[in-house]
Design a protein around this ligand. Structure first.
Ligand code: 6R9
Length: 676
């Protein structure tokens, strides 16, 4: 049946073979308490009401001056939202909650070592600490509105404190994921022209106190060679008053924050009133190819969008305890650990370490002890927990009302484990599809309105109007059974404004593909190209097949990677799967399949055969893997995404390139030796 489908697909389209999954409905209890259970929201946010519908999100915030024009398109495709408005993000995340909720926990900081106590930082305490640090940034580091500052911080409470202090001053923060190298930090210092670096001496990861300060020295050294001098390095101490890194301080350049802070005891800084379109932060995309892109996010539009989506998609109420396990060094952490939840006055958990330290029950003990009721993580972690500790969740008394998955398509098998075992069959799940560039969610169910469908991100969120084009620019409608390039027809307030210092690359990468008139000032002429392949089912739900660049073209039939991987995951013993194209002289490309088994299973030719058969049965012989390589682990980025590029290079015996930024570079040699 499936091969017939393939024959009907032209080379401009991507074949789809998935069966439809059944719906899961949210419980009555969930719907009854949901922030949004009225389907009329879709009508209010229909394209005919664009862009005025977004007033609803803007009104969740406190504005210093109300905006006069909702959307200015005069510099298309660099959109300006809420023009004329003035606002401060730090004020909206802290000050405005004080009158009623100063005693409430804003941040629960959970240190990795078991013997250290959780720190519960109230909104009042957050206010004090942010103000004092803002005073230091302004008066000691000399930072002012519009300056960029690079942060290279681990997952400690001082990271959101530093971000909010920058936001208070209108200083543009650029947080580099703490696990990145000094080199990666240097690249971002140079690109953003930062002359101040905020870092920490050390942090815990997997039971080890890591010397982080050394990265600052490497970063400043490289940056100086490229002509970007860092004149102050502000070092937070993991244990205030004690130096926990053997790397010495550089005289005149490096300062321990807690020493200098003493001078700013009691300081209060008025939040600087920012234009809505002034940049709030830069977030560099991981950039698996080419130079990393500094996505520039706005103040007013971004904050309105993350507040709105946190309220309606994450269903955050002020009384909720919300735990997003992402690192704040990724966009997920910015939008849905810091700015979204705090703007709504919720309590947000920041956990320092590894979710499986010291054992697979750690996450569930944290959830139990803090009575977390909203949980947010990524398929890579769900797969890992399903692989190493599948029976742990049942041992703890935690109760989630709501769970999120983000970052990659989730295989239906893995989704069901998340739903049954972690959610205990009760929690509503949202599968949120979006990007660093987009600031907030693009597709997801609204948990109090739509049923869930495993493996599908759901419909677009209110206000987002996707369209799927094939390579030739023809629209592939809902229910066509064909996949193509998913685009968003309209701008939205959470979108990045440009690539820092490189407008041409912004236009070229995201807008040029389907734009017919580069002079046009009409947003309708500028569909945003997300770079993902997707298919829309009859019911309007979108299923993401992976990055367009990863699509595998077998004999002129284009296959999405996720589909093949999902088929492999239906084999019970399989924990993770990744497929890559290998050159083939007749077919053009052929899929090569990499598999990691669950613990306790040994690699054998029978398993390989069984997995190959599952792919052929569910997708068709066209997708039959050249080989099934059973490996001990997949090469992964630090955010847990499988690096198909590296596997592809191994399969094709080409250069794997730089693998030092991987979470597990050692695995590359092992797989190379096997594939040989
Ligand atoms: C938020 C984030 C963006 C890319 C995106 C897509 C993939 C993210 C997904 C998903 C399927 C989901 N992606 N969420 N694919 N279903 N729910 O992850 O940002 O790190 O920039 O990655 O991740 O391919 O284009 P970012």
């Amino acid at each position: 049946m499936t091969d017939k489908n393939v024959e009907e697909t032209s080379e401009a389209q991507i074949a789809v073979h998935w069966g439809e999954e059944k719906y899961y409905y949210p419980s009555y209890e969930f719907v009854a308490q949901a922030n949004m259970s009225d389907p009329k929201i879709y009508e209010r946010f229909a394209l005919k009401n664009f862009p005025n519908c977004y007033k609803e999100f803007a009104d969740l915030l406190d504005w210093d001056e109300y905006w006069t024009e909702i959307l200015d398109t005069s510099d298309a495709p660099c959109w300006k939202w809420f023009v004329g408005g003035r606002i401060n993000a730090s004020y909206n995340c802290i000050d405005r909650h004080l009158a009623k909720n100063k005693n409430k926990t804003a941040i629960h900081f959970v240190p990795e070592p078991l013997e250290e106590k959780t720190e519960h930082i109230t909104y009042q305490e957050l206010y004090v600490r942010v103000n004092e640090f803002a005073a230091l940034l302004r008066d000691f580091a000399g930072l002012k509105k519009g300056d960029r500052v690079t942060l290279h911080m681990p997952m400690i409470a001082e990271l959101p404190i530093a971000m909010l202090a920058c936001a208070r001053l209108g200083v543009i923060h650029s947080q580099v994921f703490g696990g990145f190298s000094g080199q990666a930090c240097a690249d971002r210092i140079i690109d953003s022209a930062s002359r101040v670096l905020i870092t920490a001496d050390s942090y815990y990861r997997n039971g080890t106190l890591i010397d982080h300060k050394q990265n600052a020295d490497i970063a400043c050294g490289i940056a100086a060679k490229e002509g970007q001098n860092v004149d102050k390095v502000l070092v937070w101490q993991r244990y205030p008053g004690k130096q926990s890194s053997p790397t010495p301080m550089v005289d005149g350049r490096d300062f321990f924050v807690n020493d200098v802070l003493k001078e700013y005891y009691g300081a209060r800084i008025d939040p600087v009133s920012m234009k809505a379109e002034d940049p709030l932060f830069l977030m560099y995309t991981s950039g698996t190819t080419g130079k990393p892109k500094g996505c520039q996010h706005s103040t007013g539009g971004y904050l309105a969008y993350v507040a709105g989506t946190s309220k309606y998609v994450q269903d955050i109420h002020p009384e909720d305890v919300y735990w997003c396990m992402a690192d704040i060094g990724w966009i997920t952490g910015h939008s849905y650990i810091v700015y979204g939840p705090l703007s709504l006055g919720a309590s947000s958990v920041v956990y320092e370490g590894v979710p499986t330290f010291p054992d697979g029950g750690r996450a569930w003990r944290i959830a139990q002890d803090l009575d977390v009721n909203i949980f947010h993580t990524a398929p890579t972690l769900i797969r890992a927990l399903r692989k190493v500790a599948p029976d742990e969740p049942a041992k703890y008394n935690f109760n989630f009302k709501h769970m999120t998955t983000v970052g990659e398509p989730i295989e239906p098998e893995v989704w069901r484990w998340y739903y049954d075992v972690v959610g205990k069959g009760k929690a509503a799940i949202v599968d949120t599809w979006w990007q660093t560039e987009t600031g907030g969610f693009l597709c997801s169910t609204l948990p109090g309105i739509n049923p869930m469908k495993p493996g599908s991100a759901g419909p677009a969120v209110p206000g987002i109007h996707p369209i799927i084009f094939d390579e030739e620019g023809n629209e592939l409608p809902a229910g066509s059974g064909k996949a193509g390039n998913i685009c968003i027809q309209n701008p939205w307030p959470g979108s990045f404004q440009t690539i820092w210092g490189n407008r041409d690359r912004y236009v070229e990468t995201y807008y040029a593909r389907y734009n017919k008139n580069p002079e046009s000032k009409d947003w309708r002429d500028w569909p945003y190209l997300a770079g993902d392949a997707a298919v829309q089912a009859e019911d309007g739900y979108y299923r993401i097949l992976g990055r367009i660049d990863d699509v595998i073209n077998v004999s002129g039939h284009r296959l999405g990677t996720k589909e093949i991987e999902s088929a492999a995951l239906t084999v019970m013993e399989v924990a993770e799967a990744a497929v890559v194209p290998v050159a083939h002289e007749i077919k053009g490309k052929e899929p090569d399949l990499y598999i990691a088994l669950k613990p306790g299973y040994e690699s054998s030719p029978e398993f390989a055969e069984k997995i190959s058969a599952a792919v052929c049965e569910q997708i068709g012989k066209i997708a039959k893997p050249r080989n099934v390589w059973i490996v001990s682990d997949m090469p992964k980025t630090r955010s847990g995404k499988i690096m198909r590029r590296v596997l592809g290079a191994i399969s094709n015996s080409t250069d794997v390139g730089d693998v030092m930024t991987l979470a597990n570079p050692e695995i590359v040699e092992e797989i190379k030796a096997m594939v040989g």
